[in-house]
Design a protein around this ligand. Structure first.
Ligand SMILES: Nc1ncnc2c1ncn2[C@@H]1O[C@H](COP(=O)(O)OP(=O)(O)OP(=O)(O)O)[C@@H](O)[C@H]1O
Ligand SMILES: [Mg+2]
Length: 307
């Protein structure tokens, strides 16, 4: 897949002197769903704002569809739809007018058929003549997505699309995002919910303190999730793992009082039964054992702590 957004050595220092982005390098592939995961204040909104031309970068560069976001701002911005984190939705305008007007802001000729399709895709068609102020929170959020799609962008940014949205509606939102992807839209969403990144994303990026500390295919992360660790407490300290046990790739810990064994829960067999009998044959006696699973949450928390 070719990249549709390219961020190089991007940094942002706010007027206050605070460095919100520190040398970000990131490529977004055409047609993917990319989830940007990070704690409060990590720099997610700042990064999105910079790519969308709302925040001025301090250094570095960004291209969108090959267009530089500064020297070729209009062409870059026209490719992007943005649903901001803070929604301003107390409008007396109707849904139809709001969405149509937004298209006009991009200098695009009227296209009622497109607006109709967007409203239908987002299950808003029967609300087209309703004033925004009369809608529920979840509907308002969908109106904001419709607005962002009004000018037929190829890229959609969703900044915390499901913050404060109930479980049912969140699932509805995921459906909407998937439908958009099938229609060829590249989607970048930010979220605090690991579950959401797990459910939605093709790739996941983790950002903390203005730095991207991990970008990985979800499949790769899920593979790590399938790993479990068996920890065996030994009755007697050993100096080394007996050579007969080499195939298990065991590790000695706690000064020789503990052996750890990593295995794949998704594999055909875990190897635990034969390991235990081979240990017995090697004369190693176990006093206790324990297993633990690493979840995306664990990986995330330990990454953010370490950085
Ligand atoms: N206009 C600004 N002036 C000064 N500092 C700012 C400004 N906007 C954001 N910041 C700071 O930059 C850092 C990153 O903020 P940002 O909004 O990008 O984080 P975020 O990852 O989107 O957080 P959240 O999950 O809470 O939305 C924060 O420490 C914030 O206080
Ligand atoms: Mg934010």
């Amino acid at each position: 897949m070719s990249s549709v957004i390219s961020v190089s050595n991007l940094s942002k220092v706010y007027g206050s002197g605070f460095k919100a982005l520190n040398n970000i390098n990131l490529d977004i592939k055409r047609g993917e769903i990319f989830a940007l995961l990070g704690p409060n204040g990590a720099g997610k909104t700042t990064l999105i704002g910079t790519i969308c031309g709302i925040v001025n970068p301090t250094s570095g560069s960004v291209t969108v569809g090959g267009h530089d976001i500064i020297s070729d701002f209009r062409a870059a911005r026209a490719m992007i739809g943005l649903v901001p984190q803070e929604l301003h939705t107390d409008s007396f305008e109707t849904v139809w007018n709001t969405v149509s007007f937004s298209r006009g802001l991009f200098g695009k000729p009227k296209n009622p058929a497109h607006i109709e399709k967007v409203l239908k895709d987002l299950s808003l068609w029967d609300k087209k003549d309703s004033q925004i102020i009369t809608l529920s929170g979840g509907m308002k959020r969908r109106v904001m997505i419709a607005k962002a799609l009004s000018h037929e962008p190829q890229i959609l940014f969703l900044d915390e699309p499901t913050a404060g949205v109930d479980v049912e509606l969140r699932k509805g939102m995921w459906e909407v995002v998937r439908t958009l992807q099938q229609a060829g839209v590249t989607i970048i969403l930010t979220t605090h919910y690991i579950e959401e990144a797990e459910e939605m994303a093709d790739r996941i990026g983790v950002i903390t303190k203005g730095e991207i500390i991990l970008v990985e295919d979800k499949a790769g992360l899920m593979q790590q999730l399938g790993k479990k660790r068996l920890t065996l407490q030994l009755q007697h300290k050993v100096d080394a793992i007996p050579p007969a046990l080499a195939p298990y790739n065991l590790h000695l810990a706690d000064g020789g009082r503990e052996i750890t064994y990593d295995y794949d829960t998704k594999g055909e067999r875990t190897g635990i039964t034969s390991l235990l009998s081979d240990l017995r044959n090697a004369g190693i006696r176990i006093s206790d054992l324990d297993t633990e699973q690493s979840s995306l949450e664990d990986i995330f928390v330990s990454l953010v702590r370490k950085s």
